[in-house]
Design a binder for this molecule. Structure first.
Ligand code: DHE
Length: 499
């Protein structure tokens, strides 16, 4: 070593000494989140080193500037972004062993509050990892409870709207009783997960995992494992699960896969359809009744990891990986039936539908450019491309509203929110409620009269707009609010919201 050069410690030893007690000896998380590339790649540039140096306010993460030199922090941050040498087994045994049921939870016969149970709205506050439970009529906060670190995707309600399931990127699934305002328990269903889906009978919760390459199905009753499906394409290639969705009329979960050009369908009902092809349990010489959750693999012409379903759940629209177009797969026949003219990497997961003349249209923002594509769901033709002030992430409407709300999540105009007329497909107003602050994601109240908008900042707010006059009627301070989820809109599968 040159005299005068900084003394660099072994980053692994630094980690074991300073970080392992909270983040786990194997970097897979403990009281703190997992520190592996799969989670950290979402923090770009010097951010990881900054967090180690300065700590994270409002969390238990302390500042290490006085304990570790700047060079050592740079080394440590770089090491944390290297993949794990070995991934521990994370199957049924380990998942069940991670289950933590709340000893203080007692089931109640009726809500412990007097609000309309169908108009409850949950707000995910990512600033300090909490969820606020809002009365959708008065906008009073009935409760605010801690969630696992870094919740992603929509929480899923049971069909009666009483229990909600919330997933974090580290694979924790939390069950919460809205009537009792109490956590029921939590379980780690994966090590790095994407989203969850609820079966239409309310019995099963599917968890899409990146790490390991599995789909976990949990019993919603007690969060125990019903099955863990290893995900390997027809040729044996392992794959991450990009997302899982429920297809209620088909009594199935539909899986988008990251690493193989296939769509998977897993049936949970008693009478799965009889297909004449590509059926796992058939090719393995089994009757479907021999296997719970029978699986069907459909080969697709391209990789499809972002989906949108029509209201019948027969057709799946998928965006192609290249961002050049998309395709429509008919789940009944398991074949591609149409191509979609969808450049600019559409974010189909945020699409919404509404009646338009004698047809139904679907609109989706593009992640690569300031455009919203509007597609006719009968002909699969593009009806219009609406030019916006930048790429957006979320869109929302309601059956009772004549407007669609679309944010401009990326770029200099992220403080804008477009309001689009459903009939003319024109932007009628662009809101900028807090200049310079990101505004994103909208949810309506049950009756569609109010639209709730997140001011997506650490010292943020939820703005309650009159959905007709487009005036703010109430401001609710929140810590970096992200998604908002109204019980009624979700359990009735409102066409203006995500499912
Ligand atoms: Fe999400 C939903 C995928 C980045 C906040 N996001 C979803 C869903 C998918 C998805 C497939 C639908 C699942 C569901 O709700 O059941 N998200 C992805 C990505 O692939 C992407 C681009 C990259 C990634 O690293 O995962 C991505 N998402 C983000 C973010 O950076 C956001 C803005 C902040 C965050 O918290 O991570 C983000 N995603 C959300 C939210 C929803 C969501 C709030 C639920 C929207 C809803 O209304 O249902």
């Amino acid at each position: 070593m040159l005299i005068g050069s900084p003394v660099l410690a072994d980053p692994e030893a630094l980690y074991q000494e300073n970080c392992a007690s909270c983040h786990g000896e194997n970097r897979l998380g403990g009281t703190g989140p997992a520190l592996i590339p799969e989670t950290l790649k979402r923090m770009r540039g010097p951010k990881v080193a900054n967090v180690i140096t300065e700590g994270r306010t409002a969390t238990q993460m302390p500042a290490f500037a006085e304990d570790i030199t700047a060079d050592q922090i740079t080394e440590l941050a770089a090491w944390l972004k290297t993949p794990l040498d070995e991934l521990p087994a994370w199957g049924e045994e380990q998942i069940n062993a991670s289950r933590e049921m709340n000893p203080d939870y007692v089931q109640v016969d009726a809500p412990v509050w007097a609000s309309d149970p169908m108009n409850i709205t949950l707000v995910v506050e990512t600033g300090d990892h909490h969820v606020s439970v809002l009365d959708g009529d008065t906008f009073d906060v009935l409760n605010r409870f801690p969630t696992p670190f870094a919740v992603h995707g929509g929480p899923k309600f049971d069909p009666k709207g009483r229990f909600v399931f919330i997933m974090s990127r580290d694979g924790w699934v939390q069950k919460y009783d809205i009537y009792a305002l109490k956590e029921v328990g939590r379980v780690r269903a994966g090590l790095n997960s994407r989203n969850i889906a609820m079966s239409s009978d309310g019995k099963w919760l599917a968890v899409a995992n990146y790490l390991p390459n599995t789909l976990t199905i949990l019993s919603t009753e007690d969060l125990t494992v019903a099955t863990v499906r290893e995900v390997k394409g027809k040729d044996g290639t392992p794959s991450r699960v990009s997302a899982v969705y429920q297809a209620p009329p088909r009594e199935s979960f539909v899986l988008a896969l990251k690493d193989v050009p296939e769509i998977w369908e897993i049936f949970y009902g008693n009478n799965p359809p009889q297909f004449g092809f590509a059926h796992d349990w058939r090719t393995e010489g089994l009757a479907h009744t021999d296997i719970p959750f029978p699986l069907r693999k459909i080969t697709t012409p391209d990789y499809l990891d972002d989906f949108f379903f029509d209201q019948t759940y027969e057709y799946v629209m998928g965006a192609s990986r290249s961002g050049e177009g998309g395709q429509v797969i008919d789940l009944v026949i398991g074949q591609k039936v149409a191509d979609l003219d969808l450049p600019g990497m559409p974010h189909l997961g945020s699409g919404i539908t509404w009646k338009y003349g004698d047809t139904t249209v679907m609109a989706t923002p593009h992640l690569k450019d300031g455009t919203i594509s509007v597609i006719d769901m009968k002909t699969w033709e593009t009806v219009k491309r609406i030019e916006t002030m930048g790429p957006g992430f979320f869109m929302r409407s309601h059956e009772n509203s004549r407007y669609v709300w679309a944010d401009v999540f990326f770029g200099p105009n992220r403080d804008k929110m477009h309001v689009i007329d459903k009939e003319t497909l024109e932007i009628v107003k662009t809101l900028a409620p807090v200049p310079g602050a990101t505004v994103a994601h909208v949810e309506f109240t049950k009756d569609g009269k109010y639209a709730l908008v997140s001011v997506w900042e650490d010292d943020g707010e939820v703005l309650v707009y009159d959905a007709e006059t487009l005036e703010i009627v109430k401001r609710l301070p929140m810590r970096k609010p992200s998604g908002k989820y109204n019980v009624w809109n979700k359990i009735t599968f409102s066409e203006g919201t995500s499912h």
